[in-house]
Write a protein that binds this ligand. Structure first.
Ligand SMILES: NC(=O)c1ccc[n+]([C@@H]2O[C@H](COP(=O)([O-])OP(=O)(O)OC[C@H]3O[C@@H](n4cnc5c(N)ncnc54)[C@H](O)[C@@H]3O)[C@@H](O)[C@H]2O)c1
Length: 254
């Protein structure tokens, strides 16, 4: 029996490969979950679900823009009508607008907050509602970053959004604990995904500096974040809520 056997799990931003949502969706499915993969890239999400099904897992996918409240309503409603409940939400979808302060426009800042933080508010609110309605002792896993915990050059807007996710999650953990609903954050360091590969191109000097500062000596693999998400999704973490799980090869432990 898998660690999340039969749990209905929604993973946002699951199209990108290599990507964290993609790895998390695969991991949860391999441990028995029924996984719903969504992404603004609907075709990519469908591909992830098809890979899972081909490997013997249970998955379905559709397009969802996490900044769109109506799309959240439609997603949660569909999960409710097709599966009767939602056990786990992984708010993973995100973008990285990395610019030094003078170059950062208001439009950049607002977009960064909308995709990485407002989306987490929307998803969490809708997930908590269905979990309460159905009595599910659910787990909400919000993807933050080490950038929420330490300063990283060119990351001001990104850090603000990820620190917002952290504070938001801690407060919601307190509000939902009496329902048995848990909310925790994951704080990845440098993980080899399409996002990280792009930031290497945009900020090559910073990338070299950060890479050489990882005490464990290598850039992380999406699998390590998927393992952390599985732990927080599963009953192994049943006594954890409002916690921040740093998975960074020791990057900020100095
Ligand atoms: N890779 C890292 O080193 C790292 C470190 C810390 C935190 N993170 C966070 O982890 C999460 C996943 O990052 P990743 O590295 O896999 O990135 P990625 O770019 O590889 O994948 C992100 C996915 O989110 C989707 N997405 C973007 N905007 C969306 C929207 N509006 N609606 C729905 N989907 C949308 C993209 O289409 C893509 O499939 C992000 O929240 C990111 O900020 C990543």
């Amino acid at each position: 029996m898998g660690m999340v056997e039969g749990k209905v799990c929604l993973v946002t931003g699951g199209a990108s490969n290599p990507g964290l949502g993609h790895a998390i969706a695969h991991k949860l499915a391999s441990e028995g979950a029924i996984v719903i993969v969504t992404d603004v890239d609907g075709e990519g999400a469908a591909l992830t679900a098809a890979e899972i099904v081909a490997a013997g897992g249970r998955a379905q996918a559709w397009e969802q823009d996490v900044t769109d409240e109506a799309a959240w309503d439609a997603t949660i409603e569909r999960i409710g009508s097709e599966h009767g409940r939602l056990d786990v939400l992984v708010n993973n979808a995100g973008i990285a607008i990395l610019k030094p302060l003078p170059e950062l426009t208001l439009a950049d800042f607002n977009r960064q907050m909308l995709v990485n933080m407002t989306s987490v508010f929307l998803g969490t609110q809708k997930a908590v509602a269905i979990m309460r309605e159905t009595g599910a002792k659910g787990s909400i896993v919000n993807m933050s970053s080490v950038a929420a915990l330490v300063g990283v050059p060119a990351c001001s807007a990104y850090s603000a959004a990820k620190a917002g996710v952290l504070g938001f999650t801690k407060t919601i953990a307190g509000e939902t604990a009496a329902d048995g609903i848990r909310c925790n954050t994951i704080h990845p360091g440098l993980i080899d995904t399409n996002m990280q590969r792009q930031s290497k191109v945009d900020n090559p000097d910073e990338d070299v500096k950060l890479n050489s500062a990882i005490p464990l000596g290598y850039v992380g693999r999406p699998q390590s974040i998927a393992d952390a998400a599985l732990f927080l999704a599963s009953d192994l973490s049943s006594y954890m809520t409002g916690a921040q799980l740093v998975v960074d090869g020791g990057l900020i432990n100095q």
